[in-house]
Write a protein that binds this ligand. Sequence first.
Ligand SMILES: [Zn+2]
Length: 232
Amino acid sequence: MKTQNIAPFSYKYYEYMLQHALETGAIISSFEKFSYSHERTIILRHDVDFHLNGVMQLATIEANLGVSSTYMFRVHANEYNLFSPYTYKILENVLSLGHEIGLHYECMSFCRALNNKNPEQVFTQEKIVLESIIGRNVISATEHRDISCAVHKTPYFSDNFNPEDYGIEHFAMSDKYHKEMKYLSDSNGHWKEGDLFKHIDAHNRFQILTHPDWWYQDDLLLKGAYFHGFEH
Ligand SMILES: [Zn+2]
């Protein structure tokens, strides 16, 4: 597939990347719909860090291609509010397209900032809040790392606790999804190892992490700090 004329991180590029993967015979799914029974599989994960713009765009592209993915949402974000009608509608639409909603937890940095010593309790609270908003169980999760974690040397929740002990069936950074599959991430707007086009023929199982923050229609600058997109 020719992608020379398609800008990296444009929605069009994302669509072409998935189309190409499907043409190689891969089954693309969320964590909840993933099955080892297929030989070639790609789990799609999105960490919704700061921008909601990009969520419905990517979710719609995926649904039009007949695939699903997992959108991990934060409950402590300053940049979006899960309780606002706007966000609530996005959550509802993501689910109605057949995607999964997971928890992008941040109990460790939350507890550090508040001198609260009980990340287990905060983890459970985050999960309950998200579940009560979406009206269904949350079984997939991964940790959101605030940039200040580097300064404060904040440990990962999974250094001391196993998310699977707290009702999580699919911890995205567990060995089975992280080490035993080819893991590719667009963190910081950069595919460190190259994107799916580069690796699709060399592996049978993938977890692909993308952040809606980095993907755009015409220019990333047009998303702005609090721009919520054209979709509604
Ligand atoms: Zn994050």
